[in-house]
Write a protein that binds this ligand. Structure first.
Ligand code: NAD
Ligand code: UDP
Length: 324
């Protein structure tokens, strides 16, 4: 019988958090989901509300929180560029003060704590693919800095709590992840293209579309995150979690058009400032240390995601920012 833990998931109502809560509740853990619903809504976890081992707390993690738990997954932070640039100062506070508050909670409870970091710590990388040892090329005063530098500072805090307080920490660096229950108006490339294709609207490729990303399916990502939390205490990371299959944005647009059978046309819009030119994870460390690698190819993951987008009631999703 595996050990039952009391687990806190901050940002637990979000895209990744809600799926993580689902996995943990199904495994029998006592799960507390904390969220301020800035980029999500209660409907993402509504199906868990009747379960006796699931609690939902509306709370902002820039404020301290008193709970007794064994494990903490710290996911609270807007992740889509339009969302995190909407209120950049709040984004930075969420990463930094959220890390301080959750680390403080972990220290008091002696809980194990995992930070959801990001490939954005590499900025617009000069090294390709990106290994964890690469220190990155982040513009500290650009429009993405509130997110990138906040996540970098959070990593610093996690490692310092490990060094100073011997806290049991973990850091995962997540690369672009997609799947069912993404916010359909988050402005990210996968949700934008699917929404546009289904509605027969123009597909908006920013720049010439030669920039690349490597897309990981949600379920693969959450599996990696769970393995990291439950892996050896000797390995705190950071570890890259992502799918190493790399695509240009134009390739993605064409694939979405094909899979949706859409008549949408590709149009080009201005490339956002500091948009990374290419991104692909080196996942050697995750393979070696966690025995993890993604199982879902982009075509298969997109088919599942498109099927989910076809079922949603659009009016149930509030667009949190005007930038979609
Ligand atoms: P998301 O926006 O769907 O989820 C984030 C959740 O955090 C939302 O439910 C939001 O309401 C909540 N939140 C935001 N600020 C908060 C605050 N101050 N207090 C409490 N809750 C707050 O994004 P996601 O894609 O599920 O990302 C989850 C985590 O993974 C984030 O930390 C993100 O930086 C990281 N990540 C995600 C990706 C990806 O491609 N999805 C890539 C890299 C890193
Ligand atoms: N992008 C695009 N059209 C869109 C949305 C995004 O061409 O409608 C591009 C964006 O410029 C970037 C890539 O797709 O090069 C991924 O963008 P996203 O916002 O999903 O995430 P990022 O990896 O940039 O954080």
């Amino acid at each position: 019988m595996p050990q039952i833990n009391r687990v806190l998931v901050t940002g637990g109502a979000g895209f990744l958090g809600s799926h993580l809560c689902e996995r943990l509740v199904d495994q029998g853990h006592d799960v507390v989901c904390v969220d301020n619903f800035f980029t999500s809504q209660k409907t993402n976890v509504a199906h868990l509300l009747g379960r006796p081992n699931f609690d939902l707390i509306r709370h902002d993690i820039t404020q301290p929180l008193v709970l007794e738990v064994d494990q903490i997954f710290n996911l609270a932070c807007p992740a889509a560029p339009g969302h995190y640039q909407y209120n950049p100062i709040k984004t930075l506070k969420t990463s930094v003060m959220g890390a301080i508050n959750t680390l403080g909670l972990a220290k008091r409870c002696r809980a194990k704590i995992l930070q959801a970091s990001t490939s954005e710590v590499y900025g617009d990388p000069e090294v390709h693919p990106q290994p964890e040892s690469y220190r990155g090329a982040v513009n500290p005063i650009g429009p993405r800095a509130c997110y990138d530098e906040g996540k970098r500072a959070a990593e610093t805090l996690f490692v310092d709590y490990y060094r100073v307080h011997k806290l049991n920490v973990r850091i995962v660096r997540i690369f672009n992840t997609y799947g069912p229950s993404m916010h359909p108006y988050d402005g990210r490339v996968v949700s934008n293209f699917i929404r546009q294709a289904i509605r027969g609207e123009d597909i908006t490729v920013f720049g010439d579309g030669s920039q690349t990303r490597s897309f990981c399916y949600r379920d693969d990502l959450i599996e990696g995150m769970l393995r990291m939390m439950n892996g050896s205490d000797d390995f705190i990371g950071p570890v890259n979690l992502g799918n190493p299959d790399e695509f240009t944005i134009v390739e993605l647009a064409k694939l979405v058009i094909e899979l949706t059978g859409s008549k949408s046309k590709i149009i080009h819009k201005d490339l956002p400032v500091d948009d990374p030119t290419r991104r692909r994870p080196d996942i050697t460390l995750a393979k070696t240390k966690l025995g993890w690698q993604p199982q879902t190819r982009l075509r298969e993951g997109l088919e599942k995601t498109i099927a989910w987008f076809r079922t949603i009631r659009w009016e149930e999703f509030r667009a949190p920012t005007p930038n979609y």
